[in-house]
Design a protein around this ligand. Structure first.
Ligand SMILES: *Cc1c(COP(=O)(O)O)cnc(C)c1O
Length: 422
């Protein structure tokens, strides 16, 4: 084994086995170009962030224009047009009831902010509600609070002493939804229950596990009934991934707090937002300074990032994005058909623009040896797919063509043949 020559330490990467990182010099649409001129199909939207496509012209132009005016300014005591426009635009596009926007830098921070808002709400109301409820297999980010709410595993073991305890609700496996609802009802009866945090309709990093619209609606109803706040983590599901701008609107669910990041700027530049209802805001609104929402980060509401997000909203308003997404949903569904009766795969599933299937291998789970083997086979075929253990999923930007998707699914077929002979 030769040691890597770069001083860089990459995310979720075991450098002792990963080999050299692939140098990327350009991106266009849904394709990456390597230093040595090879093309790679970006079938996972560069880790779920790119929505319309790479270097979307309006977003790039908005970033360029903003750099001519204002790069960064402290956001306590000051404001600026890109942030004001973004906040108003977000509220217009958000599920009903959300009226306030807190900006931060990543999905993880959006979740930290949401958890703190929920605890701050109850604390300012003088109630001892401090317990967070969360779904099994959830993923909410890699900072300590977000990790606490997420599923535990080999990736959190070393940090377990730092993580706070949450009330874990069983995942609503198809056919076992009542178990989830009963457990949630039970947990909500605990007078300490503060908030439930869930990824609506699909648990992403937990294995692209889908659940029904009805279950989401029912979970929301149970929370409401017991006065438990509902935090929806739409960091992955937002901006069209599940077929609609937000996943929760499919279930007619309006959360108390909503987290968004990834596709907020079309994926071009980091930015996140946590949206809250007037009740959450009002609980912090007081001449008593001790009730302030105590959170900030240096780059809160960075003007360049906000300008990119405003351009993203303009794209949603002026271009046929919904039609593009509907076309992609249909194309994805057609391409899944050939795998539905294929014994090499199980749980062939789709949630909007996202498809997933589990390769039937005896060794499953995140560290399934099969993952890295498949990953390399896909790259050899010129396709970036990053299986979660034995789960292969496709989450492309919305600009992909039928021919592009054919290449992606041919690569899946081919890679499966290499590991499971028919
Ligand atoms: C990716 C993700 C996060 C974390 O977002 P980062 O920007 O990577 O910090 C949180 N929640 C969900 C559902 C995600 O998919």
């Amino acid at each position: 084994m030769t040691r890597a020559t770069s001083p860089l330490w990459h995310p979720f990467t075991q450098h002792a086995v990963a080999g050299e990182m692939i140098g990327i010099s350009r991106a266009e649409g849904a394709t990456l170009e390597t230093h040595d001129g090879r093309r790679i199909l970006d079938a996972i939207s560069s880790w779920w962030v790119i929505t319309h496509g790479h270097r979307q012209p309006r977003i790039m132009a908005a970033i360029r224009q903003q750099t001519e005016k204002l790069d960064q300014v402290i956001f306590a005591g000051f404001t600026h047009e890109p942030a004001e426009k973004l906040a108003r635009g977000l509220i217009t596009h958000a599920p009903t009831g959300l009226a306030h926007v807190f900006l931060s830098d990543s999905g993880s921070t959006a979740v930290e902010v949401a958890l703190k808002m929920a605890l701050g709400y109850w604390s300012n109301l003088g109630q001892q509600r401090t317990r967070i409820l969360a779904l099994e297999h959830g993923y909410h980010g890699d900072t300590v609070g977000a990790m606490s709410a997420g599923a535990r595993g080999v990736f959190s073991r070393a940090y377990a002493p730092l993580l706070f305890d949450v009330e874990r609700i069983p995942f609503p496996q198809p056919g076992r939804e009542q178990t989830t609802l009963d457990a949630l009802e039970q947990a909500c009866r605990d007078p300490r229950a503060a908030a439930l945090i869930v990824e609506p309709l699909i648990a992403g990093a937990g294995g692209m596990l889908t659940y029904s619209i009805e279950t989401l609606a029912e979970m929301s109803r149970i929370c409401r009934k017991h006065g438990v706040l509902l935090i929806l983590d739409e960091v992955m599901t937002g901006w069209g991934r599940t077929g609609t701008l937000w996943a929760c609107t499919q279930a007619g669910v309006a959360p108390d707090i909503l987290c968004t990041a990834k596709g907020l700027t079309g994926g071009a530049i980091p930015l996140a937002a946590t949206l809250a209802t007037p009740a959450i805001y009002d609980a912090h609104y007081s001449t008593d300074r001790s009730r302030t929402f105590f959170h900030s980060s240096s780059y809160t509401a960075n003007p360049i990032a906000c300008a990119a997000a405003v351009a993203n909203l303009e794209i949603w308003d002026s271009e046929p994005v919904a039609e593009r997404i509907a076309t992609l949903v249909a194309m994805q569904s057609q391409r899944l058909d050939r795998f539905r009766a294929d014994a090499r795969f199980a749980n062939v599933r789709q949630c909007g623009t996202i498809t997933a299937m589990d390769l039937t291998v005896p060794d499953d789970g995140y560290l399934a040896g099969i993952g890295p083997t498949l990953y390399r086979a896909f790259l050899e075929a010129g396709v970036l797919l990053r299986p979660l253990g034995n789960t292969i999923y496709v989450m492309p930007p919305y600009c992909v063509t039928a021919a592009y998707l054919d290449r992606v699914y041919d690569a899946i077929d081919g890679a499966a043949d290499r590991v499971i002979p028919r």
